[in-house]
Structures are given as C-alpha cells and as structure tokens.
Ligand binder design. Structure first.
Ligand code: AHR
Length: 491
C-alpha cells in the first residue's frame, strides 16, 4: 500500500490555466490540412478552418495557442500573410520539408482560429531574420486603435477593431535555428527589438524572451542578468528524446525497455525546471518573471514513408503517460511555470489531433489534456507521495507521478500516473485539513503499452469511468492499474 498525503489546507499557488497551452507551427500538416482547409474545401469549415478540429479543441478547453513557430517564426514575414489570397506571395518553407507556403493562413486567420476555439493568442515574432521595424509594425497592425499606417492597412483588410494581444515572443531558439547567437548577443538584440514592441491604448504586451534549450542554465543566467528588466517570461524548450537525435525510436513499435527509457527521460523535466528556477530565483526572488515551457513533448522518428521534414508521428498510451507526467511536473512548479505549450497541436510531434483528408481522430494525449483540465486555474495543494520504484534491468524510476489541486468549489482533484506497465499500485490517500466525503474518478489505459487510436479504430484509448476507488474512514483507497493515468475527484 503506497501512502499519499494531500494537504487541503496547504495551498501552494494558482495553477495557471495556460500550463495547458498548445503550439501550432507552419510545419508539415499542422496548419495546412490539419487546421486550415480553405473556404472552398469539401471538408466542413468556418471561413477555411476545419469544424471538426474547432469542436474537438473547444471541448478540450485549450487556453492559449502559440503561432506561427518555432523555427518558422524566425523566417516568417507577417506582411506576406495579409490581404487578398491571390496577392499573398508564396515562399519556401526551408526549415520544414522545403515545401511551398502560400500564406493563406496568416494573422487574420490565426486570430479567427483563437476566437473559434476560445484560446488566447500567443504570437512569436521574427528576431532571427526580420527587422526591428517589421516587428514594430506587426504589433501596431494588430493592436493600434486609431489612425496610423498599420491600423489603416488592417482596416483595409477587413478588420476595423484592433485585436487584444497579450503574449508576444521575441525570437525563437535564437541559440539555434533563430540565428545561432550567443546568450550575450541575443540579450542585446532582445532589448533592441523589445523596445519597439509597444503597448497601444489599453493593450498590454507580455513579452517573452527566448530561453534555454534543456539544461543550459548559462543561457538563463545571462538573460536574467542582462535583460530580465525587459521581459515578463523566459521560454524553455525541452523535448523527450528516448535515445538520441540520430535515433529517436519509433512512436509505435517499442518494447518495455524503450517505454522505461521514454518515461525516465520525461521525468528529467523536473530537474531541468528546478535548475532554471534556481537561477531565476537569484535575480527574481519574488517570481515576477515566468518560465514559459513553450515547446515540450515526445519527439520520435517520423512514421515510415512520410516526409522527414513534416515530423509526423503516431501517438500511443506511452504518450498519454508522458503528457500526464509533464503536466503533473508543471502543476507542481506553478509558482514559476506560468505557461506551457505542447508541440504540436495537430499532425506534428506529440499531437492531440490527427487528420487524414476529411477524417479526424483524438489521440491518447488529447484525452489526458481533457481529463486534466480540472486543474486549470485551481489551487495547487501540497502533496507527499511515498513512492515505490519501477525497475527495468538495473535502472529504477519512481512508480507514480502525482499532482493535486483544489478548485473554486472546494473539490480536490488528484491526477496519478502509474508508470509501471505490469503492476497496479494500491494507494491509501489521506487528506490533511479536510475529510473525504465521496470520490469518483476517470481513467485512461489500455491492454498494450503501444495501444493507439487509428482512423479505423478511433476509440481504442479514451477516457473511461474509474470505479476502483472508495472512501474508507475519511481516506481514499484506490487501486491504480498498471500503465494508466487516473483522475480522482474528492468532494
Ligand atoms: O517543434 C518543432 C521545432 O522544434 C520547432 O520549430 C523548434 O522551435 C524546435 O526546435
């Protein structure tokens, strides 16, 4: 029996709903085909945006969406994506497959998508290959309410009122695809660009600087030291790579050793965030500056026979575990982590939605996001887990990953991932500072570690009612099945 203690009377801060954010890049079939099919398509759409995708995303309660990249952001020239479609220039998407981009999905279309799915927009500007002037004009175009060249152009293109735009990223991975800069050079460039990202009228921009890759704390140190006066958030990119970049492994065809390795690598997110928090705490003890994990998730080899530049991978029960573990980690770091954006929303990397022509399926990762939505804007509760180990060969990792929160109605939600693919976990969950009245639950699991949803069998891995939990003497006793993600709701 594993003991878990949840302290109902020890609130550790608000879990910002934006931790449940997403990322959509002009990459492969994420935007084109996955989200945007154009107004003349036979696929049911609203002004070119797929209706099935809109409905699924609304249901999942997506709070914030990052666009247009990624590496694409630092090659994107926003003026190519406005005005009549026939006059929008085409470009080569050099980063992602060398395909032709017709720019039919641009600023207006992105804001419409956000409105339709109920998400807050997060736009990433081009510092790597764009000019300060271009970035300044984009912000003016989107947010200025009055007479100005850019506001007039926006009106001419059919949008009278400015949009409300809060989140704006100034460059992406500028240590790599965004210009191969040193942190010192980027910090100076950041300040120059950020100066001209203006607040017009009542619009207040929350500026996000490009942060480190993985455990590169030197990047964080330099940025915090040289430029933190000028940003609200610092991004962090960290993907789960099972082996290494030259052999990332298959998304679907794997054995227990690979399952173990993927989960072990996922757990490293906790230490990586902690390392950056330490540096940030030194310069910002009041935690005014957020860590924004705006790219995370599993990155496997592409599906056989697909364009290597499109990063298309299937999604299995293992991805559900990886999503559940990462989201528990972000919840538990909510005093510093204010936003996270899984890569990517549709048809790319650890996607929540896959499409094929007119068909669409929800992946196991989708169901985790939907299940965990109860944590959005809830109060994180201190939680102690008496953890057992799950071993494979000579290595071991903790068996359970857990986070708990209390919502506005006083209901307690505990999300538990059992990483062990063979053995259930008997838990004795005690509440401190409250008494459990009743418990209900939901579960995502399957018979096989690589179970997945396909267009032929779209419901193989979905959320089900969990019945193996009961209240006894004010505590919750539950049996958490092997390889599962469980939500307990305690009232
Ligand atoms: O998500 C795919 C790519 O990964 C992004 O474009 C880039 O920022 C990162 O390297």
């Amino acid at each position: 029996m594993q003991n878990i203690k949840v302290y109902a009377d020890r609130k550790k801060g608000t879990i910002n709903k934006n931790i449940y954010g997403h990322f959509s890049e002009h990459l492969g079939r994420c935007i084109y085909g996955g989200i945007w099919v154009g107004k003349d398509s036979d696929i049911p759409n609203t002004n070119g945006i797929r209706n099935d995708v809109i409905e699924a995303l609304r249901e999942m309660k997506i709070p914030v969406l990052r666009w247009p990249g990624g590496c694409f952001a630092d090659e994107y020239h926003w003026m190519d994506g406005i005005g009549p479609y026939e006059s929008r220039p085409t470009m080569i998407n050099t980063h992602w497959g060398g395909v032709t981009e017709n720019n039919h999905f641009g600023t207006h279309e992105f804001f419409e998508l956000c409105e339709l799915i109920g998400a807050e927009p997060y736009i990433n500007g081009n510092l790597g290959s764009g000019t300060v002037y271009e970035m300044q004009q984009w912000v003016e175009y989107m947010t200025f309410d009055g007479v100005s060249p850019m506001a007039d152009l926006r009106k001419k293109n059919g949008r009278e009122q400015p949009w409300k735009l809060k989140y704006f990223g100034i460059g992406n991975e500028n240590w790599g695809c965004g210009g191969n800069m040193t942190p010192e050079y980027y910090a100076d460039e950041y300040k120059r660009y950020a100066t001209y990202v203006r607040n017009y009228g009542g619009n207040r921009i929350y500026k996000i600087a490009c942060g480190p890759a993985g455990d590169d704390t030197n990047w964080t140190e330099v940025l915090m030291k040289k430029a933190s006066k000028f940003f609200d958030g610092l991004s962090l990119h960290h993907y789960t790579i099972t082996h290494d970049w030259t052999n990332k492994g298959s998304a679907t065809n794997f054995d227990e050793a690979e399952w173990f390795m993927t989960l072990k690598r996922t757990l490293e997110m906790d230490a990586i965030i902690t390392a950056h928090e330490r540096v940030m705490d030194k310069y910002d003890p009041e935690k005014k500056i957020a860590l924004i994990v705006d790219e995370w998730g599993n990155w496997f080899d592409v599906e056989p026979g697909t364009n290597p530049g499109f990063l298309f991978q299937q999604n299995t029960l293992r991805d559900a575990l990886v999503a559940g573990i990462n989201l528990n980690i972000f919840n538990n770091h909510c005093s510093r982590v204010q936003m996270a954006n899984i890569a990517q929303m549709v048809n790319v990397l650890q996607a929540v939605i896959l499409t094929e022509g007119s068909r669409m399926i929800k992946t196991p990762t989708y169901h985790v996001f939907k299940m965990y939505a109860v944590h959005q804007d809830a109060q994180l509760l201190e939680t102690d887990v008496e953890n057992y180990l799950y071993s494979n060969g000579s290595e071991s990792i903790p068996k359970l990953s857990v986070s708990s929160s209390m919502d506005a109605e006083g209901k307690i939600h505990v999300t538990i991932c059992n990483l062990d693919p063979d053995n259930a976990a008997d838990i004795n969950l005690q509440l401190e500072g409250a008494k459990a009245g009743k418990v209900s639950g939901k579960i995502i699991t399957a018979d096989k570690i690589n179970a997945m949803n396909t267009f032929e069998a779209p419901e193989a891995v979905t959320e089900k009612i969990f019945e193996d939990a009961a209240v006894e003497d004010g505590a919750v006793k539950a049996v958490i099945p092997a390889k599962s993600v469980v939500l307990l709701e305690i009232a």
